[in-house]
Design a protein around this ligand. Sequence first.
Ligand code: NAP
Length: 244
Amino acid sequence: MKTVLITGANKSIGFETAKQLLQQGYYVFLGCRDIKKGEQAINQLKSAGLTEVELIEIDVDNIESIKAAGELLGQKTKVLDVLINNAGISGSMQNALETDISVFKQVFETNFFGVITVTQTFINLLRQSPEPRIVNVTSGLGSLALHNDPTWKYYSVKPAGYVSSKAALNAYTIVLANNLQGTPFKVNAVDPGYTATDFNHHSGPGTVPDAAARVVKAATLGADGPTGYFFSDDNAPETGISPW
Ligand code: NAP
């Protein structure tokens, strides 16, 4: 049975990703920063008959929490097949000039530095898998190429902290995929699409199951699947591959 760790999995896209992977027979470590919320999520899955799941407390803003989660997971399994860096925050709609630096730092802490620390912490367990997969959940708003295209449907949407943090995450994904070339790893960034969740006060047109299915697709790539790509069905409906 393949194992997967998903951060920020107590609700929304992370939770639904867990559900879909459980339905595909994966053993899920449900990463949550709040144990109470995590237990509620686990109960919901178990009462739907999805039992191969357990809670891992992990706050991606907190190095000690990530290290503790790494040690705990190392005691529970010798192999991690899939890491999904899903936890993310929006900050708020921010202007490049007036936004306080503390907002940038907070958004980067979760969306960028958290992903790096989590990836570095779990890489040795991932290396034990014959087909390791890393999925970084990014956003279409992380595409620098599209932000420079006035015809892009989201051209006017430019929250400075969020855009910068996801563009940085994309850059890290490219470098990570390159560093792991020649190994069985597949490392990709996935835009789940503009989706109705708490993240955007349920304003998005997309559904959570569709968003999670995009993440699941990258998490379950076969040996001949691509690595070092930015997948976005929203921004590239024909190819599914977004420009960086
Ligand atoms: P959401 O409804 O706000 O859920 C975010 C999840 O991340 C929650 O479980 C939250 O936990 C968790 N989280 C936040 N900060 C964390 C931290 N420091 N440590 C651990 N967990 C943390 O968001 P979503 O819509 O599902 O978004 C999931 C991912 O998709 C994010 O990376 C987001 O940037 C990306 N995305 C979303 C959209 C969209 O339209 N929804 C579009 C493009 C990309 P709590 O419940 O404890 O707060």
